[in-house]
Each structure stands twice: as C-alpha cells, then as structure tokens.
Design a protein around this ligand. Sequence first.
Ligand code: HEC
Ligand code: HEC
Length: 189
Amino acid sequence: MKPKHKMIAAILTVALLATAGLAQSDDDDGTPWFQSWFDKAKPGIDPVGSQRYVEECGSCHFPYQPGLLPAPSWEKIMGSLDDHFGENAELDEGDRKTIQNYLLNNAAGRVNYGLSNKLMAAQRERPLPLRITEMRYFAYEHSEIPKELVQENPKVRSFSNCDSCHQRAKRGLYDEHDVRIPGFGRWDD
Ligand code: HEC
Ligand code: HEC
C-alpha cells in the first residue's frame, strides 16, 4: 500500500469503528440487535416488477406480489401448475423457470418490506400454506369481515380478489384506510 492509501485506509477504519460504536450504543437501551432489520424495512410490499409475471399470472386473478408468500409456498405452486386450485395454469418450461426465479428472489422472508415481515413473524413455526389467504396474519386481519360483504357479495365473492376491496393493491399498498367494499362503501366510514 502507498503511504497515501494507508492514510485513507486508516481514516476509513476510524470512521467505521465510530459508526459501529454508535450502532452499539443503540443496543444499550435494550433494543435487540435484529431490531435494525425491521427499522430499515420499507412500508407495505414491493409492487410487481415483472411484466412476464403480470401477463402469465394476472390473467385469471390479481397478480399477487411475491412478498405476500414465503419461498417454499411459491415453489410448491410453481411445481403443480397443472393442478392449480382446480385449474390448469401450465406454462412452457422457460416461462415457468423465469417466473419461479422472480417469485423466489422476492418472496416473503427474503425481502425487507413491512408487510412481508409481518406475514412471516405471525406464521412463526406453523406450516406454510399454499394460499396467502391461509397465512395466519391474513386470517387474523380479515377475521371480522362478515360473509355478506365477501362470499355473499357478487362483486367480491372471494378473499383471493384483493383488488376488489384494496384500492391500491396493485401498488402494494394494503392500508385499511384504502379499503372500499364494492356495494357497501369505505371500510373506515
Ligand atoms: C387459468 C387461470 C389461472 C391462472 C393462469 C393462474 N391462476 Fe392462480 N388461481 C386460480 C384460481 C381459480 C385460484 C383460486 C381462487 C379462489 O379460491 O378464489 C387461484 C389462486 C391462486 C393463489 C392463492 C390465492 C389465495 O387465495 O391466497 C395464488 C398464490 C396463485 N393463484 C398464484 C398464481 C401464479 C403464481 C400464477 C402464474 C404461474 C397463477 N396463479 C396463474 C387460477 C389461475
Ligand atoms: C372483502 C374485501 C377484502 C378483500 C377481498 C381483501 N381484503 Fe384485506 N382487508 C380488508 C379490510 C376491511 C381490512 C381491514 C380489517 C380491519 O381493520 O379489521 C383489510 C386488511 C388487510 C391488511 C392489513 C392492513 C393494515 O393496515 O394493517 C392486509 C395486509 C390486507 N388486508 C391484505 C389483503 C390481501 C393481500 C388480499 C388478497 C389476498 C386482501 N387483503 C383481500 C378487506 C379485504
């Protein structure tokens, strides 16, 4: 190393140690070390970033964001497209691989978004379902909505139709203040 470079390296090291020291002092108030991962989480969920995915997986229903399900669930779904909830949703092998990679790389547990983290935290050690609507956090959040507004509502029919009620679902925003139930109006009124 040239002396000048040595100098820069030394300054950088001191700067690093200082930052580490600051981070360390945060922990002194009892905040667990992993808290910083949650503090850095982006709100909501990452919107869908693959046009191929929207075309192939958004033709029968809302194109669910990958961060709504953990990787093992997506893997099972992508491995059984010939019997997909009673329908045939098979793809050619190239598309299947591309989409599966996209889903697995952006799955809950692999990205740091607030909603993905909440879904995973609520699931804990329980088995991972195939459906988002069977994730524990989902069930908990929707448990007080009467079936007159959903299953018996011809404009909704199923909880799987996220965008029937969540007006900004496509942008990955599921805030309860953006909910409008067709035929009934705003949820928070
Ligand atoms: C031929 C139509 C069709 C295509 C294409 C299709 N699906 Fe589906 N999908 C369905 C049906 C039907 C359901 C069950 C919906 C219900 O119960 O209301 C479903 C449900 C789902 C669910 C569960 C939603 C819940 O209830 O939580 C996921 C996840 C899903 N599909 C992912 C995909 C992916 C990924 C693709 C692309 C590879 C895809 N789907 C393509 C018909 C389709
Ligand atoms: C029938 C309308 C309806 C459908 C369909 C629906 N939701 Fe909801 N959702 C609601 C309502 C109403 C609330 C607020 C519940 C409450 O506050 O008690 C909610 C709450 C939520 C929350 C918590 C929001 C927060 O601010 O904490 C999330 C996340 C969510 N929904 C995601 C989804 C996803 C993903 C889907 C599709 C798989 C979906 N929802 C389908 C009506 C719906």
